[in-house]
Design a protein around this ligand. Structure first.
Ligand code: ARG
Ligand code: ZN
Length: 887
């Protein structure tokens, strides 16, 4: 699971190169060049003699000619930074091999052979966190996408499936626990304090699903009984001091296993399921067969250290990795261009699961917010790519919001068109037809076509074309009905100038503003560039509610009256449509104001309409507070930036920020009484009350509004909330508000928070993030100072993200008019690239948005990208992202 979401700021903001390679440029890999590998590797045996500074790996590969590939004597085994200590073929030392770059190439005369290769690794020196590395004295691995080649020479591609038998040996005091994929078949003690364990994984798997962990760990253990009555042992492994925070992870795993049986008919297929939490991890988690490795952030949670959102994050990521056992492991990807086959589908599966666990309406809104914050900007910028990319230089750069989140939306559209039952028939057929295979997106589409009875030939364009489609809506009254005219355009993206129309499924209904009558919903599918649809009237003043539930990942361009939006925000029967109307109301006002299109009267009228709508939401007794909080959340600055940067207009982050702050002030002033009343009610709701979560969400939003309208009061309120808090959600919410205020309360509470949690890395990450994301005018200086803090390190990705990813998502700091925010992030990229290129490259997209921003800032951003591009020895990761961003 990717860490696709950036932290949240006080207001709930979330914030290909085709040229022939020169000798210094990493080559471009193309989807159309796929050919099957010349050899099969039915069995792999491995022996690990483990040491933090010195690990010896001996791998034995049984290889056979692949009857489905062109016959070849050449066996090319990928390596990355490896030197073979010894190579033998069929039991005898061999000289019949050469190194070609970092690959080891053997010439094999026969049709089947046994190859043994020994390599030596230094896990403690591995700061990339790919392959075998050390974290807090333990050893662990990350192999997806191409990390296995940093452990041993191997055909490191997902279409080579092998059955692994692994022997691990190491000092028992240092590594009392030895874990690998599959089942533990034997273990014992050797001489000199060494112990060993043998593991066998009966399921053939690609090398990227290999995993090993050795360390001093304890488990929270449980069992799950599958639908046919098999008992599976479950373990969540952590350091001893973290054990009290693992119950939620175990519960989440059991819920996931049950849900996947009930919803997709998928049963678990081993007797053991291990999860290990590690503190140094590039991403969210990894679905290695029978041995998931997780970022601690997605395992550990308790009331005192984790927010409600953190609890949901744990549940969602545990589910995601568990669901990969079928969508990813039993059926894997033929090549990395097919990544969305497993990731898009698995994200959809985890979203549906979380909808069932937490409530559909709010979860859907959250997922759309993430899509808009992370994927829409990607699709509108230099790094835009289809969910099934055509080329890459470094696959790690394609673990993107497009492949994951848009990939999920695309499959969700199939589900909306088929309906849940027929969709299930489609996925059943897919699992059945391709079990044990390395499949393609095309295989998935065909299975859904055959199983669900859909015709998806035009729909395949969603896999080929990048860019967020726009749908322009206009309406006309005719013959006692509404004629809706829809026009679609798919914008040009790098390498794709001309786009063809795509099928866009939209749930629509026509309500009546005068009588309040709610129209009946139907699903229409826009297939042509332009098309009309006749819809029945529910009453004399029609208001069209469109893309209800966000059926399609598109931008709707419609020009509704303010009154219509206010009506939809208050009365639509679709929760998402209500949220959307509220967003649109605020967005239209803010973009117009930031663009200088409003006079004083227009400005005042806009603010009044928003305050009125907000007032209605505050007093709507039928709303639960979780949904109320969504409706009260203003569009993020990132989303406003996107909306402002349309057509030839450029975004002005400074103007957006000021207008949004002014609107918050106006709301805080105008609705003072109502907000106070709501705060008082929600402040009385206890932590375990079923209404508690919603109450906590509302409270922090209100404190944030008061921070803009009456900072002194807000400081007192937030300090009180902080001091009284019996949970992390309230504590963090209060501190978030305080961080943006220049008051004595701020420093005292920041210190108290630090002192209380200094031994808890995940909470100290929050401490960094709150400051880096803050609305404080001095945020740049504060971030610079925090980088000098003894707890800051460039070696731990969570810590780097907690400070710098948060800062890059703080519009006020990052877009400082003098360019100092851009410079800081460019310096981070340059400093991090030699240590951890994968994480360094993830900072590039923030600078890559220069083309859509006003010219002064654009020039500053571009200059930073150019400075990075001139650096010597850039990694493949950063090189690719920077080049694409400058093209
Ligand atoms: N397959 C993992 C997940 O989405 C992500 C691992 C990606 N790792 C990487 N180093 N690119 O669950
Ligand atoms: Zn995944």
């Amino acid at each position: 699971m990717d860490i696709a979401t950036t932290p949240t700021n006080p207001d709930g903001n979330r914030e290909l190169a085709d040229a022939a390679p020169t000798p210094h440029e990493p080559p471009v890999i193309r989807r159309e060049d796929y050919t099957p590998f010349g050899w099969l590797v039915p069995q792999t045996g491995m022996r690990f003699e483990l040491g933090v500074e010195n690990t010896r790996v001996t791998a034995t590969l049984k290889v056979e000619r692949n009857p489905e590939a062109k016959a070849t004597q050449e066996l090319r085994l990928n390596g990355d930074g490896l030197k073979p200590d010894a190579v033998s073929v069929d039991g005898g030392a061999s000289d019949d091999w050469t190194m070609d770059g970092s690959d080891l190439v053997l010439t094999l005369p026969g049709t089947s052979h046994e190859i043994t290769i020994a390599t030596t690794l230094n896990p403690s020196a591995n700061t990339t966190l790919m392959g075998l590395y050390a974290s807090n004295g333990m050893l662990c691995t990350q192999c997806e996408a191409e990390g296995f080649r940093r452990i041993t020479f191997f055909p490191d591609r997902p279409d080579v499936l092998s059955t692994y038998t692994v022997r691990m040996e190491g000092p028992k005091d240092q590594f009392p626990i030895l874990l690998c994929n599959g089942n533990n078949t034997a273990s014992g003690d050797g001489d000199d304090g060494i112990h060993w364990a043998e593991w066998h994984d009966p399921w053939p798997k690609p090398s990227y699903l290999f995993a090993l962990v050795a360390g001093d760990l304890v488990a929270n253990s449980d069992t799950f009984t599958t639908m046919i009555g098999r008992v599976v042992d479950l373990n969540v492994w952590v350091r001893a001091e973290d054990l009290p925070r693992t119950d939620h992870a175990v519960e989440s795993l059991k819920k996931s296993m049950k849900w996947d049986e009930e919803t997709f008919g998928r049963e678990y297929d081993l007797d053991l399921y291990n999860i290990v939490a590690v503190s140094d991890f590039n991403m969210g988690a990894m679905e290695n067969k029978g041995l998931n490795v997780f970022n601690t952030k997605y395992v550990l949670a308790d009331k005192d250290t984790a927010t409600d959102a953190d609890f949901d994050g744990v549940e969602g990521v545990i589910a995601h990795e568990y669901f990969h056992n079928w969508s990813g492991n039993r059926i894997t990807c033929r090549d990395w261009f097919q990544l969305s086959l497993k990731e898009g589908f698995t994200v959809l599966r985890d979203q549906l699961f979380s909808q069932d666990m937490q409530g559909e309406a709010v979860k859907r809104i959250e997922d759309v917010r993430i899509l808009r914050a992370a994927q829409f900007p990607e699709d509108a910028g230099p790094l835009a790519h289809p969910i099934r990319p055509d080329s890459f230089r470094e696959i790690s750069n394609f673990y993107t919001a497009t492949v994951y989140n848009k990939g999920a939306e695309v499959i969700r559209m199939m589900r909306s068109m088929a309906g849940p039952e027929r969709f299930r028939a489609g996925t059943d057929l897919y699992f059945d037809r391709h079990d044990g295979e390395a499949a393609t997106c095309e295989d998935f589409i065909r299975a859904i076509e055959d199983g669900a009875g859909l015709e998806l030939s035009q729909f395949r364009r969603w896999y080929r074309q990048a860019g967020t489609p726009r749908v322009a809506v206009s309406q006309e009254l005719k013959d006692g009905g509404v004629v809706l005219t829809l026009k679609q355009t798919v914008p040009p993206t790098p390498g794709q100038d001309v786009k063809a129309a795509m099928p866009i499924p939209l749930r629509v209904a026509v309500h009546c503003r005068e009588t309040g009558a709610i129209g009946e919903e139907q699903l229409i599918v826009l297939k042509l560039d332009e098309e009309t649809f006749n819809l029945p009237l529910a009453g004399p003043v029609p208001v069209v509610s469109i893309n209800r539930g966000f059926t399609a990942p598109v931008i709707i361009d419609r020009d509704l009256d303010r009154d219509d939006l206010v009506f939809l925000a208050a009365s639509d029967d679709d929760s998402f449509a209500r949220y959307e109307a509220m967003q649109e109301l605020a967005l239209k006002h803010l973009v117009a104001a930031a663009s200088g299109d409003l006079d004083e009267a227009g400005r005042a009228a806009g603010k009044t309409a928003i305050c009125d709508a907000m007032r209605a939401i505050i007093s709507d007794a039928d709303l639960d507070d979780s949904m109320r909080a969504e409706l009260m959340t203003l569009p993020s600055e990132t989303y406003l930036f996107e909306a402002m940067a349309t057509g030839t207009r450029k975004a002005d982050p400074g103007a957006i920020h000021n207008e949004r702050e002014q609107l918050k002030t106006a709301i805080g002033v105008t609705l003072k009484r109502e907000l106070e009343g709501l705060y008082a009610r929600t402040a009385d709701t206890g932590y375990d009350d079923p209404a508690g979560r919603g109450a906590r969400k509302v409270k922090t939003i209100i404190a944030g509004l008061f921070a803009a309208s009456d900072p002194e009061r807000a400081a007192i309120m937030a300090a009180r909330q902080f001091d009284a808090a019996d949970n992390m959600t309230d504590r963090q919410g209060a501190l978030m508000v305080l961080c943006g205020l220049a008051t004595p309360e701020r420093d005292a509470r920041l210190k108290a928070f630090y002192d209380r949690y200094q031994d808890n890395d995940l909470v100290i990450d929050k401490w960094f993030t709150l400051q880096a994301l803050s609305l404080h005018p001095d945020v740049i200086r504060q971030v610079r100072e925090l980088a000098q803090h003894p707890d800051f390190t460039m070696k731990n990705p969570n810590r780097v993200r907690s400070l710098y990813m948060a800062f890059a998502g703080n519009p006020q700091g990052f877009h400082a008019a003098d360019g100092s925010g851009y410079r800081m992030i460019a310096d981070v990229i340059l400093a991090l690239d030699p240590i951890n290129p994968q994480t360094a490259a993830r900072f590039v997209p923030s600078l890559g948005r220069w083309r859509r921003i006003e010219s002064v800032r654009a020039g500053l951003m571009k200059a930073e990208l150019e400075r990075i591009s001139k650096a010597e020895g850039l990694s493949r990761d950063t090189f690719e992202q920077v080049t694409r961003s400058l093209d």
